[in-house]
Design a protein around this ligand. Structure first.
Ligand code: DQA
Length: 146
């Protein structure tokens, strides 16, 4: 069975309450429930992890080699700052899909740079909760292709 690791970065645990005009009213639990339903239908296994701590995310990715077939990650604010998360993805070599709820290119300049995008297979940004749904689809296809 294909195994996908889903990582939510910092502050995504606050979805629903956090800047709803930018991120919508959907909670992380609702996102996870939807992903779980899709995974069940497609007969893939999902592990979902959220952390507000860069090192925990680095550790989780570092231990993912051979355990998961693809990584779906919303690195949140670490998208724009984390060489460590980028290097962890490179180190394990797992096909990675980067997702964002908001369109990071339509926001402040500092959000226009993703340190993760060059080491991901691709990036989906700006479709709210649907970014995760499209991202999961892409991650499953990548996993099946490898
Ligand atoms: C985000 C975009 C990031 O710039 C921001 O720091 C987040 C969420 C998104 O999903 O739109 O925390 O990754």
């Amino acid at each position: 069975m294909i195994k996908i690791l889903v990582i939510h970065g910092p502050n995504l645990n606050l979805l629903g309450k956090r800047e709803p005009q930018v991120y919508g009213k959907i909670t992380m639990e609702e996102v996870n429930k939807k992903l779980g339903e899709i995974a069940k239908k497609k007969k893939v296994s999902l592990e979902i992890f959220q952390s507000n701590h860069e090192g925990e995310i680095v550790d989780k990715i570092g231990k993912a080699k051979a355990k998961y077939d693809a990584l779906l990650i919303n690195p949140a604010a670490y998208t724009h700052t984390s060489v460590a998360i980028r290097d962890a993805i490179l180190a394990v070599g797992i096909p990675t899909v980067e997702v964002h709820l908001s369109n990071i290119y339509a926001r402040e300049d500092f959000r226009h740079t993703s340190l993760i995008a060059p080491v991901a297979k691709g990036q989906i940004s700006g479709f709210g909760m649907d970014s995760y749904i499209y991202g999961l689809d892409a991650a499953i296809n990548l996993a099946q292709a490898t």
